[in-house]
Ligand binder design. Structure first.
Ligand code: CDP
Ligand code: MG
Length: 914
């Protein structure tokens, strides 16, 4: 066989060798497949680097090992955890792992106790309220809602049944009225002391908005008979005789300590048709507690979609539908919009053939039909044949809005549905730049769950005469927020959802076609006060092929945090619990998640929480990020780690204005100052932002979103509050010097990133080349957003990443180059192996490092000792005291080792036998 050589004279490998000439057809393919397997196998065995420790370093390690006392207490981690010192943590942890929710429910089934004096005073308060002008003014509006007509029926069915399902057209008054009916009924009957309504909302923003509204309807301030409770923010109402709106997450949090919701009399689960994981969870948990809490009333509320499914899930619980009234809404499709506006798409040529072909097969019959009827111009038919015509096109939306404002005399509000923050902000920018929407005549509101809560109330108000209100929203305006005076709806036809692909273990985030249910809901928004119009920006042909409903979130999501939530709720092995859910997740996705949690040491092999897993379950972020933060606290470099954690868990603050990609990349490089890590770049960006005298200018210069940066800063504080609650730090200032002794040691920060993100590792078999293969040799690609995307030379062949998304190929979005020692210390399945007389350390069976036997042994001993120390620290939470004692001796030594490769400060005295 011939073998080629490259310019450097090295033998070229693999596919350049031709198959033997006698092979034919399929055999040739098999030949190449076999060669590939062999090459991958060879690559897998190739060491990723060499670990060299000088004699003096080894002596130093030995000295610390001899002197520290973290010896055998943790050598045998017994599953009874007898070796842990008694503490609040230990008691709570043991309870969580040893007790099931059913056992817990056996002995915690208290109910609200009646209090006659309180009944009386609540009653008087209620009578007084009813004569207040504010209350009377609002009640006039409330009585017009369809729900109000059904008040008695609603109360009756709730009284007679434990579980009921209430459905009704969006805007009919479910969310704002039902809770009040219940409360007022109790107050009226002088039983206020045994009424406590908890009403869940799937989003933070709607919990606040609704609480504000209901308080207003009752002529009160928040905090009296109405309040809200969302993560990190609460305005609780009075203890009894009250309504509290909260997020689904908060209810689960409450159930961690009070599984039977003992102080609640009525639980309303609102918007359950959204099918978010948390609501699905609560639905399943309620099944467990309802028998134990026969006095607890459960009311499930949903828009008029699919509500029978919920009734069935609860053994055919009675179902009450509130008939709604909406005005007729005329529907238009893309062809009508093109006809109306005369819009012509800019033709682009970068479309892949396959997509073009699929599209034209799909659209051709429809366009021919249109041509036959001659209802539409030739130009429209030409436009419809453009394979990009159904993509979201903000220019087209702009033209349509201008057209509606010009042609439609009615000043009714316009509601535009888009997919995300980026589109919403771009469209509002385009609108203001167009000069067609002068502020004196138009009120434009972007509406997104990340919007600051303050600006929201005016969205609901009818604008002064002569002004038109335009709302640009995500699907939040579909069911959970109702704006009455909308007359025109523009529906982009897409919705942004993440899908998790268990096969490739990656997320796919893409705008998808809405379901028919979404499209109908969106249309309905236009007919609340008078007949309206709805413009769908997809063809009528597309409308025929839309799905009935979107998939529920549990079928689309990564399950690690879902599993941890189940664990902290003491639900036992996950599979039987998942089987009880209204829809059970894909077993493949469950396996992938359990595997990751075990490898992270969050779960034991028999699927019980470890002390680390317990903390991670309590933290509100993804487990890998939570682990990173805990390690950041232990190694005293919290501020940079919090910045990175916030950016990874919440949002990348860098913006990518259209056509400015090069410039953004350049500014990122400038900001990174030679550091080859997207993660450290986040840290650098936040540091600059926090220290800058002119933060807005700073953000402008570096293409950072000022708003996202502020949110990241808030998040850092929230994370600190959690750490403080868990007793890992003493106060909640991210910059507290006590938690930041090593904040400027960037090599350490990178090693901690590795500790958190492991096992998200990508490698290169050859030093210098981009590390873009999984340890099992699947090919990956660096996303152009990463500052490593255009890097020419890589000085290590390992990188860690957090986000991997599949579009055409698997893209890594964020990366840091890492040296071997952090991987060896923080990776799992450490092994010493000897092969052909050569000695290696292997991590997780597929990452190999060349290393002499003596060095490997001493590293192993230090690693064990370090793990005991970590285990001790994690199970005895408390700030690390950096003095000269055992604790910090081990930490300092580890710190030196995991950073020394980066510093290239190998001692040059006699190396050992390498
Ligand atoms: O929950 P459902 O969709 O059935 O309706 P709702 O949220 O209770 O809203 C009932 C009505 O209250 C809406 O049609 C609006 O007229 C009004 N509302 C409001 O003006 N301001 C709010 N923040 C919420 C509701
Ligand atoms: Mg509602």
């Amino acid at each position: 066989m011939s073998s080629k050589r490259d310019r450097m004279g090295n033998r070229k490998e693999g596919n350049h060798e031709r198959p033997p000439s006698h092979l034919r057809g399929k055999q040739i393919g098999m030949y190449y497949a076999q060669r590939n397997r062999e090459r991958n196998e060879a690559n897998r065995k190739r060491p990723l680097g060499t670990i060299l420790l000088s004699e003096s370093r080894k002596n130093q390690i030995q000295a610390v090992l001899n002197s520290t006392s973290f010896k055998n207490i943790f050598a045998t981690t017994s599953s009874t955890y007898e070796h842990l010192e008694d503490s609040a943590f230990k008691r709570s942890f043991l309870r969580v792992i040893n007790e099931t929710i059913d056992e817990k429910l056996q002995h915690t089934c208290a109910r609200l106790a009646e209090d006659a004096t309180l009944n009386q005073s609540l009653y008087e308060d209620f009578l007084q309220k009813q004569s207040s002008p504010k209350y009377m003014n609002m009640i006039a509006k409330r009585t017009k809602l369809p729900a109000f007509n059904m008040k008695d029926e609603i109360l009756k069915v709730i009284d007679e049944n434990q579980v009921v399902v209430i459905s009704g057209e969006t805007g009919c008054g479910k969310t704002t009225q039902v809770a009040q009916f219940i409360l007022d009924d109790f107050l009226q009957k002088q039983k206020g002391s045994v009424c406590k309504v908890l009403c869940t909302q799937p989003r933070r923003i709607s919990a606040i908005a609704v609480a504000q509204r209901v308080a207003e309807e009752r002529g009160e301030e928040l905090g009296h008979s109405v309040g809200y409770h969302i993560r990190m923010e609460r305005r609780p109402p009075r203890d009894r005789g009250s309504i509290c709106f909260c997020t689904t997450g908060v209810v689960l949090k409450i159930m961690e300590s009070d599984a039977s919701l003992s102080w609640v009399s009525h639980l309303i689960l609102d918007e359950i048709h959204e099918r978010d994981v948390m609501s699905d969870f609560i639905l399943a948990l309620i099944k467990k507690i309802k028998a134990k809490r026969s006095d607890l009333k459960i009311i499930l509320m949903s828009a008029t979609l699919n509500s029978e499914k919920f009734s069935k899930y609860y053994d055919n619980a009675p179902h009450l539908n509130i008939p709604g009234f909406t005005y007729p809404v005329q529907e238009f499709y893309l062809e009508d919009v093109l006809q109306r506006t005369g819009f012509v798409f800019e033709s682009t040529h970068r479309i892949k053939h396959k997509k073009t072909k699929m599209y034209s097969d799909f659209i051709e019959p429809h366009v021919r039909q249109l041509e036959r009827t001659r209802q539409y111009s030739r130009q429209v038919c030409i436009q419809l044949r453009n394979p990009e015509c159904e993509d979201i096109n903000l220019e087209l939306i702009l033209q349509l809005v201008i057209d509606v404002c010009g042609k439609e005399r009615d000043e009714g509000a316009i509601l535009i549905f888009l997919t995300g923050f980026h589109e919403i902000s771009t469209l509002s920018r385009l609108m203001s730049e167009s000069g067609r929407f002068p502020p004196g005549k138009f009120l434009i509101f972007p509406l997104h769950s990340l919007m600051p809560t303050l600006e929201q109330k005016q969205i609901f108000d009818t604008p002064p005469r002569g002004m038109r209100k335009i709302i640009i929203a995500t699907n939040i305006a579909e069911t959970s927020i109702t704006i009455d005076d909308v007359v025109y709806v523009i529906d982009c036809g897409k919705i942004k959802v993440t899908n998790f692909d268990a096969r490739t273990n990656s997320d796919i985030l893409a705008p998808e076609w809405v379901s028919l249910a979404n499209a109908n809901q969106r249309r309905g928004r236009a007919g609340r006060v008078k007949p309206g119009m709805c413009f769908h920006l997809f063809t009528k042909a597309r409308n025929m092929v839309l799905e009935q409903y979107l998939l529920p979130e549990i079928l689309r999501k990564r399950l690690e945090d879902v599993i941890l939530t189940a664990k902290i709720l003491q639900l036992g092995p996950v599979e039987p619990f998942f089987a009880q859910l209204i829809d059970s997740p894909d077993p493949g996705a469950v396996t992938v998640a359990l595997e990751l949690l075990k490898r992270m040491n969050a779960l034991t092999d028999d699927e019980k929480l470890t002390p680390l897993g317990y903390h991670l379950a309590k933290l509100p972020m993804a487990p890998q990020i939570g682990k990173m933060i805990l390690f950041g606290a232990i190694f005293s470099c919290l501020d940079p780690i919090l910045s990175i954690a916030a950016a990874l868990d919440f949002k990348d603050p860098f913006q990518l204005p259209v056509d400015k990609e090069r410039e953004v990349y350049k500014m990122k490089l400038e900001l990174a100052r030679g550091v080859k890590s997207d993660h450290l770049l986040f840290h650098e960006a936040l540091r600059g932002f926090e220290e800058s005298g002119n933060a807005r200018q700073y953000c402008w210069n570096y293409f950072l979103s000022h708003q996202t940066m502020k949110q990241l800063q808030d998040l850092k504080k929230q994370y600190m509050e959690y750490l403080c609650e868990m007793n890992f730090v003493r106060d909640s200032d991210p910059k507290n010097p006590e938690c930041n002794l090593n904040w400027d040691n960037l090599s350490l920060v990178k090693a901690i990133i590795c500790a958190g993100l492991y096992p998200n590792i990508s490698i290169s078999p050859v030093l210098g080349k981009a590390p873009v293969r999984t340890p099992s040799m699947r090919r990956l690609k660096l996303h152009p957003k990463s500052i490593l995307a255009e890097c020419k030379y890589f000085d290590t062949n390992i990188l860690v990443y957090y986000k991997k998304m599949k579009s055409k190929v698997d893209f890594i979005y964020d990366a840091s180059l890492i040296h071997p020692l952090p991987v060896i210390f923080f990776g799992d399945r450490f092994n010493q192996i000897c092969e052909d007389g050569r000695s290696f350390i292997s991590i997780n069976q597929n990452l190999r490092f060349k290393c002499s036997e003596s060095t490997a042994s001493i590293i192993k001993e230090l690693r064990d000792r370090f793990n005991w120390f970590l285990e001790y620290k994690i199970s005895h939470p408390g700030p690390v005291v950096w003095g000269g004692d055992d604790e910090t001796q081990i930490l300092s030594l580890i710190m030196e080792l995991i950073t020394c490769e980066d510093m290239e400060e190998f001692d040059d005295d006699a190396f050992d036998d390498e």
